[in-house]
Design a protein around this ligand. Structure first.
Ligand SMILES: Nc1ncnc2c1ncn2[C@@H]1O[C@H](COP(=O)(O)OP(=O)(O)O)[C@@H](O)[C@H]1O
Ligand SMILES: [Mg+2]
Length: 438
């Protein structure tokens, strides 16, 4: 079979790395890809937003399965167009992907179907939103309705701050149309985790839990980023909690979308807040997480292609996905200055040493091929990902590998995975990190 992966980040590198291992795949393409991906796939120079270009390519090459990485092409309706042309595609339709692209839609859906989430109100009118802020007590969370590159959520500690944020989003339109409406919700405390499941719209197959590290600096300080690292499994999600998340959140969400006439096919990502052994939904994403996919793919034992193909085609019949009896940790190396301005084009050396290490993969997110070798070309540049018997072993190995990478333009967090250790200490040396099968 010929497979096409759409995207160019660490997530797509991890997907290509995993898909390439499948004996079912004859040729693997990635559009547009990156220099790391080019080791596993033939990179094709088509932008993720060029839906008709991707379609022409898929038709000409007789692609048997297209896997969409990022949310943007999904929001443009790539899955709808491919399906119209009879091409198998992994990813939800435009209407189903609104679960990510409209926070008002997803919150209303959760309210209607009784899915646990923070209490909220939605507003299209600035004055009404301000009035509501004055009625309820901070802390509260204000979210722009539409896509905002992970920058559209504000935790407001005071009324003044909240009104300023509303002004920025709804009147000054700092996120454009994405700020036509806002969600104002209750602040939830607890520990965050991400949960992934694949679904064909009816059958649901849980994958694994992960935890990412959004803040730029150690100790969760500094501004939020696309993610500075991740580990899997997330021990805060115990096997019992997994069952509850499936029963109360994932399955009801898939059913709800079907009932709304927006049947969901693809991977459903629930961002959760866990407190007192209970999970509530912070948000949904309509695609694999980045960087979470990097540790996730390294832990997956089963061939991923039959799962992706089944979702895109005849429907899921795979009963479970096998996972390695191991933990995985991904440390993101980012350009200094990110998430603000940063320079590009700084040479990176030492990647060959990392590539020679066992149980380590250097996934590329923002690199390009310069004259003399690989250079930086993005905010998040590399995801150095390691597999170990336990989280502490995976942490050690990942940071050993990070130490081999040379580039004066990169920075990283030194505490990725530390949160998990709290649970390890609570549950014994290996605790719930031991083999989990979904
Ligand atoms: N109700 C809430 N209570 C506490 N923190 C929240 C709440 N909603 C969001 N957050 C924090 O803000 C981050 C971003 O919010 P999220 O809804 O995931 O939006 P996005 O990923 O689109 O920016 C979350 O990862 C979480 O840390
Ligand atoms: Mg989020």
């Amino acid at each position: 079979m010929k497979v096409l992966v759409v995207g160019s980040g660490g997530r797509e590198h991890a997907l290509c790395w995993k898909i390439r291992q499948s004996p079912l795949v004859k040729t693997l393409y990635c559009a547009p890809g990156n220099p790391g991906i080019s080791k596993h796939a033939e990179c094709v120079d088509i932008k993720v937003s060029d839906i008709e270009g991707l379609l022409r390519f898929a038709r000409a090459e007789e692609i048997g399965l297209t896997v969409v990485g990022p949310e943007f092409p999904l929001s443009l309706g790539i899955a709808d167009r491919f399906a119209e042309e009879g091409l198998a595609v992994f990813g939800p339709t435009r209407a189903a992907s609104e679960i990510e692209t409209s926070k008002v839609f997803s919150k209303n859906l959760m309210r209607k179907y009784g899915i646990p989430t923070a209490f909220f109100s939605a507003f299209a009118d600035f004055e009404e939103a301000v009035e509501w802020v004055k009625e309820v007590k901070p802390p509260l969370v204000i979210k722009a309705d539409g896509l905002a590159s992970g920058k559209g959520v504000f935790i407001c500690r005071t009324e003044t701050e909240a009104v300023e944020v509303l002004d920025d989003i709804m009147r000054r339109k700092i996120f454009g149309d994405s700020g036509d409406r806002v969600v104002i919700e209750e602040f939830l405390s607890g520990e965050e985790a991400s949960f992934f499941a694949v679904t064909d719209g009816t059958n649901v197959l849980p994958l694994e839990s992960c935890q990412d590290h959004k803040a730029l600096l150690d100790g969760d300080q500094g501004p939020n980023t696309g993610g500075m690292g991740a580990y899997s499994p997330a021990p805060v999600i115990t096997p019992e909690l997994t069952q509850e998340i499936m029963r109360l959140i994932i399955i009801p969400t898939v059913k709800a979308l079907k009932e709304e006439g927006r049947e969901y096919k693809g991977v459903l990502y629930a961002g959760l807040m866990i407190e007192g052994g209970q999970a509530r939904v912070l948000e949904y994403n309509c695609r694999f997480g980045d960087p979470e996919t990097q540790p996730l793919m390294m832990r997956m034992n089963s061939d991923i292609v039959p799962v992706l193909s089944a979702v895109a085609g005849k429907g899921l019949s795979v009963e479970k996905v096998e996972w390695k009896d191991a933990a995985s940790v991904c440390v993101v190396l980012a350009s200094k200055g990110y998430p603000g301005d940063y320079k590009r084009g700084a040479p990176i050396t030492g990647l060959d040493i990392v590539e020679g290490m066992e149980n380590v993969v250097a996934f590329h997110s923002g690199t390009s091929a310069g004259n003399g070798g690989i250079v930086t070309d993005g905010g998040r540049v590399l995801g150095i990902t390691a597999l170990g018997g336990t989280i502490p072993e995976a942490i050690n190995l990942a940071y050993q590998a990070v130490g081999k990478v040379n580039c004066d333009s990169l920075c990283y967090r030194t505490d990725i995975g530390k949160k998990a250790l709290r649970h390890v200490l609570l549950t014994g040396p290996q605790g719930s990190l031991k083999n989990k099968e979904s």
